[in-house]
Design a protein around this ligand. Sequence first.
Ligand SMILES: C[S@@+](CC[C@H](N)C(=O)[O-])C[C@H]1O[C@@H](n2cnc3c(N)ncnc32)[C@H](O)[C@@H]1O
Length: 427
Amino acid sequence: MADSDYLRSVRAQYEDFPYPPRDPADERNRLIPTHIDLLAKINHFCYAGGRDFRKNFRALVAGAGTGDSVIYLAEQLRSTNAHIVYLDISQASMAVAQERAKIRKLSNIEWENASILDLPKLGIAPFDYINCCGVLHHLANPDAGLKALEAVLAPGGAMGLMVYGTHGRVGVYQMQELLRRLNGDEPDMRVRIAEARALLEQAPPTNWFKRSESKHDDHIAFGDAGLYDLLLHSQDRAYTVDECYEFVEQAGMRLSSFAYLPYLYKPETFLYNPALIERLAQRTRREREAIAELLSGKLARHFFFAAREGNTNASLSDASLIPFFRSREAGDTIRADIAADGASFDISTPEAVFSSQATPLKRILFELIDGRRTIGEVRTELVTRLRSKNALPAPVDVARELAEILDLLVQGDLLFLRTRGSFIPEM
Ligand SMILES: C[S@@+](CC[C@H](N)C(=O)[O-])C[C@H]1O[C@@H](n2cnc3c(N)ncnc32)[C@H](O)[C@@H]1O
């Protein structure tokens, strides 16, 4: 690893403060699911629902830190012949991740203490899936970093990326500037941390970071490592929605979908005035996403999938695809809720709860989504059952209501689509 392949201050930070801080012993009690690495979701958004994960799947986690994504992927792929590569410049972070894998008895991970910029010359390519979350915005040249990842992506492969969001981190960048002015020239990281804590205690509630502190709580949840990562980082830049698209395109790829709760990137999630919704419906997807970002103001991190091929998403208008809930529990919760309440039911996601009208169609629909029937079969059976109850809406209404509810579930990360030929290992 040549010195020029990474920033010395960045490596020094993550040697002293591996991120996120994890106690390997906790692996005995829980598995941390990451936002974008659920195989069912990767399959839906990166391979149009058609991947067979039993067949020589190769994944890279670049800048893998203390190992959340690598452990989650390796656990899901445990029963297959998949190969997963961990890569990071920080030895201390890698040691934590290795200990976690050891406790879990995971033997499907290869360990590389190297820089992303070294990847093309390591001789370990190609990869079907590359996860790189929270890393590229810490490189001196993020564009070069993404190109180095693209160079090791297999044909038909895809990436799950996360970079900071500009508008959602306004308060963070003001606090970073304030702390740079306070003690940016202080060489001792611990002194900088102590003084930052003292200042945070005294900052008035009108301070922009204080106003949004509940949304940025790394300095509380993750102690000193979290504080340094959030507020004292030596190299940190952020992206708007438009810049995410440009970032991916300069590396020869296309942004296929925002990856964590895609409804957050839809203006109509936040608006209820039909005239405004109608006006915005005319815009391109990218423009609508940029508007949603400005409207919500809270997108501090952009998770997205990218591929050379452009749109790699499974389509709700493909009747041959099979819809399935992300977990048995997710489906059971909705079924129980709709059964319990005559008029409405809730669709709960980590960021919002959507209340939906409990129509006869929806009642039957959730019974029919069993992970075996295709969308076409669900639709046919739906019509048959509604007709037998004399409750059949006009065909166009059936199609619309079905499309709307399936779309909402996909947008909320609750439901995905797959082809009959795909295979996703059960955990
Ligand atoms: C904020 S942490 C994110 C860790 C992990 N991806 C996660 O989401 O939990 C950033 C990681 O990127 C690593 N890193 C920074 N520059 C790198 C580079 N040029 N090549 C490889 N890893 C790098 C750091 O060592 C650190 O572990």
